[in-house]
Design a protein around this ligand. Sequence first.
Ligand SMILES: Cc1ncc(COP(=O)(O)O)c(C=O)c1O
Length: 466
Amino acid sequence: MAELIRSDPGDQVAPISSTGDPTDHATDDAWFTAWRRRELSRVDRDGLTYADYTGSALAPESLLRGDAERLLGGVLGNPHSQHIASVRSSADIDEARDAILAFLGASPDEYRVILTANASAALKLVGESFAFGPDRELLLTADNHNSVLGMREFARRRGAAVRSVPFAEEFRIGMPAWGGGGLFAYPAQSNFSGVRHDLGLIALAQEAGYRVLLDAAAMVPTSRLDLARYRPDFVALSLYKIVGWPAGIGALVARHEALAELERPWFAGGTVDWVSVSHERHRLASGPERFEDGTPPFLVAGAVAPALAAVTAVDRDRLARHCHRLVARFLEGLDARRHPDGSPMAVIYGPTAAIDRGATVPFNLLGPDRSVVPHWDVERLAAARRLAIRGGCFCNPGCAEAAFGWPLERVGELLSALGEEFTVPRFGAALGDFPVGAVRASFGLGSVMADVDRTLEVLAEIATAG
Ligand SMILES: Cc1ncc(COP(=O)(O)O)c(C=O)c1O
């Protein structure tokens, strides 16, 4: 078992109550209940209990209305021209970059923002451009989203070693065995287990000769990432995960010198100062545009600053504190639910205490006969009760392998044997007595205690029915 690194909860999560006053909890919940009534009335109108915030946040109504006004209020054109509609779009794009920097407490003297389609596109930009090589490895962690794991294909093509830091206890990352340097890529918060990983690893990796890519997609919706304090070389995020709008826009936030090291494998419209066909030469643009292939998302760029302002306006410390309480209540509630014979109704993967974690909880329901209720049945039965939760492996196979205790040799054999015939149920049937997926409940801006209670109630109904 690898050595466990303790993260500093004070860095990332506001305390439950600085005064120890239990009414703080009710006050915050009342505040968010009022906010939700104002900003997400469509959720209640739909009779929906939404617990899939790690999938996507929900956009506040004032943000959507404001954006409709913005779009209707003036002409926006392709930013690569000089006319007024184009100049307006360029200004929106600059404003979006500034707003993202401010949201992360990053100085423009140190960081640049490249606008992308989503977090995956930001990660791919680094993967395809990083100078991997025989002496510059890719060091991953067992907990990573597929969009980070996919970088190993670029690393391997360049002859680089790819290694993975194993889990220590409770899905936390162990102390990496540093090698000769390269790129270290890990999530600030797991999209599977909700674990907040230690941001202190950033400086350790950099001292060991690595550039650090922090996948912040799952962390920044409910917690502050302060780039004045922690200084990863690259940060990836998606806007729709933060506040539900705008969709189709993400960012790679990169330190100047780390960005300067990246070697773009091609050029595209918008990324170049000039291209010569007859001389087969080109020169890449010097600013972030060098990484922004084609026409940027000019219609939604103007929504970025208001979207981030909407989160800042709710007070991010209050939001973090509230989410911390929501997840504590959910964990306690799920752990406490029992069948009449006293057996548990759920198995929770990852930490069962609300420490160093976000409001994302993976679990499987157990029927009265103690067998796992297949996650696809739970998802379907929950949907019928208007509860929005997610089932599967959540694009995080490292966490899935660890959670479900799969015999890894057998998994390899099955993947080869099933080949093109692979489906999750077939894989599960061949694997035997192991779950092949979990259910994930996640809470965020717009969640209130009543959502947690309703989620628990529906899950108990499903588990009881078996
Ligand atoms: C931790 C993490 N990283 C990366 C991604 C990929 O984000 P996107 O689908 O917006 O590209 C996700 C999406 O769920 C995520 O949770």
